[in-house]
Design a protein around this ligand. Structure first.
Ligand code: EPU
Length: 420
């Protein structure tokens, strides 16, 4: 198995380019099923979640060709409506194939997504949306979710809670439904807006994405389109923290600064300089600056993103004073804390809050990535730790970060991928 080996202590310096957003592309690739034409998607990140999406599309009958970061996908002759377990269980977002297949063919069978390291991940709100539109959904023997509808008819979907995945599935299933669907209490993340923009560019009629109420007027046809995925706000945020933690000076390119606001605000509170340009941000720390402690609570967008919580926890270990980091989305997103403790961090977790002692001197150690963002946080810890850190289970990191070792090396980091 591969691992990352890092020798810490280098101040990162230079420029890094952010790739396309993972959480947008894993919704947009299944959404291509809804199109009646060929789609060309660029700025696609080279990550394993994309590879799995593509394999699922090919399994269903799509024809895919690739040129650098651009995929040309013809999903007009889909002949299967079932996603196999071997592919679905490698990617949580496989449930977007439910919404997309149902939306176009009125039938879909997708394995129930497995539990993940972040805690309980129910799908009741996804099924609620499909039911409101007129589909019948059952958990069938073998662990699959089977959804079928004679017709999909627009109606009001009122979500009990804000859920990114449920909002995306509601849009996918309603875009070709008869009549108008109103989605109340939707998620407002940039990837929701990106999906709506993609579908609208094909001829869909979606308004209000990014607000508290989305309106989808069903259409009977969607054209093929050329579309470019938005930059990944979490990858950008991770490099912002890498620059701050190593007291470096990094220009992070191909970003939408407005999407980074919650991170920018916290970094500035901590004494980090963030200068915003049209499509880049420069992040740096004066060498004599002692970072200030900060309190963080994760919330749905435009709040502070849960997917940046572990990375900021690492930064808090270096601050002058104690910080509290409260997780407001997931039940179990502090599993990485044990690994940080092995590196010398002093963190206490009580239910949903991590109390982090500052001024820690992190020391290199062998550690294990337990999920994607936990893995990114361990890389950041390795970059500032004294000595050598080796991180195993890096397949979690490669699900969502494109060539992270290479990008960090270009900033001067001493990180290599080794096969052990
Ligand atoms: N929830 C329910 N019922 C549902 C759906 C969600 O109770 O039917 C709960 C969840 O248990 C959770 C909360 O609602 O407590 C929010 O879950 P949400 O549905 O928003 O999460 P998701 O769609 O499964 C996406 C991202 C996650 C990110 C969350 C929150 C993708 C593919 N995944 O997950 O990204 O943490 O939104 O922003 O978009 C990551 O990239 O590392 C990652 C985990």
């Amino acid at each position: 198995m591969d691992k990352f080996v890092i020798k810490g202590g280098v101040r990162l310096n230079g420029e890094v380019t952010v790739s396309g957003a993972k959480n947008a592309v894993v919704a947009i690739l299944p959404a291509i099923i809804l199109s009646d034409g060929v789609c060309s998607i660029s700025n696609v990140p080279q990550i394993s979640d994309v590879n799995i999406c593509i394999q699922i599309l090919e399994h269903l009958g799509a024809k895919v060709s690739k040129l650098d970061d651009k995929y040309i996908i013809d999903a007009t002759k889909i002949f299967k409506y079932e996603v196999p377990y071997e592919l679905a269980n490698r990617m949580r977002a496989s449930y977007y194939f439910l919404g997309a297949l149902l939306g176009k063919y009125k039938v879909a069978k997708v394995p129930r997504p497995g539990g993940c390291h972040l805690g309980d991940r129910p799908i009741d709100q996804h099924l609620h949306a499909f039911n409101v539109l007129g589909a019948h959904c059952d958990l069938v023997p073998g662990g699959d979710i089977y959804c079928k509808a004679d017709r999909l008819v627009g109606s009001t979907i009122d979500f009990d809670l804000v859920s990114v995945g449920s909002t995306i599935n509601a849009i996918l299933a309603s875009v070709r439904a008869e009549g108008t669907t109103i989605i109340e209490n939707p998620a407002k993340e940039p990837h929701i807006v990106d999906l709506a923009n993609f579908l609208n560019s094909m001829g869909a009629n979606i308004t209000g994405a990014g607000t508290d109420r989305i309106k989808v007027k069903g259409v009977s046809k969607l054209n093929g389109v050329d579309y470019s995925i938005i930059p990944d706000q979490i990858e950008a945020g991770t490099y912002m923290v890498a620059a701050a933690a190593t007291k470096g000076d990094v220009l992070i390119k191909n970003v939408i600064p407005a999407h980074l606001e919650p991170m920018t605000l916290k970094l500035r509170n901590m004494g980090v300089h963030v200068e915003e340009f049209d499509d880049s941000v420069r992040v740096w720390v004066d060498s004599d600056t002692q970072l200030k402690s900060v309190d963080i609570k994760t919330r749905p967008y435009p709040g502070f993103p849960t997917d940046m919580q572990p990375q900021f926890a690492v930064l808090c270990t270096l601050a002058n004073g104690d910080s509290n980091v409260t997780e407001g989305i997931w039940d179990n997103r502090f599993r990485y804390v044990d690994e940080l403790r092995r590196m010398g961090a002093d963190i206490k977790v009580t239910v949903k809050t991590a109390s982090i002692k500052g001024n820690s001197k992190l020391l290199g150690a062998p550690v294990q990535a337990c999920d994607l963002r936990a893995g990114a946080a361990l890389i950041l810890a390795g970059l500032v730790a004294t000595g050598e850190t080796s991180i195993s289970e890096i397949q979690h990191i490669e699900r969502g970060y494109e060539r992270m070792d290479e990008k960090l090396r270009s900033l001067g980091a001493n990180i290599v991928k080794k096969n052990s």
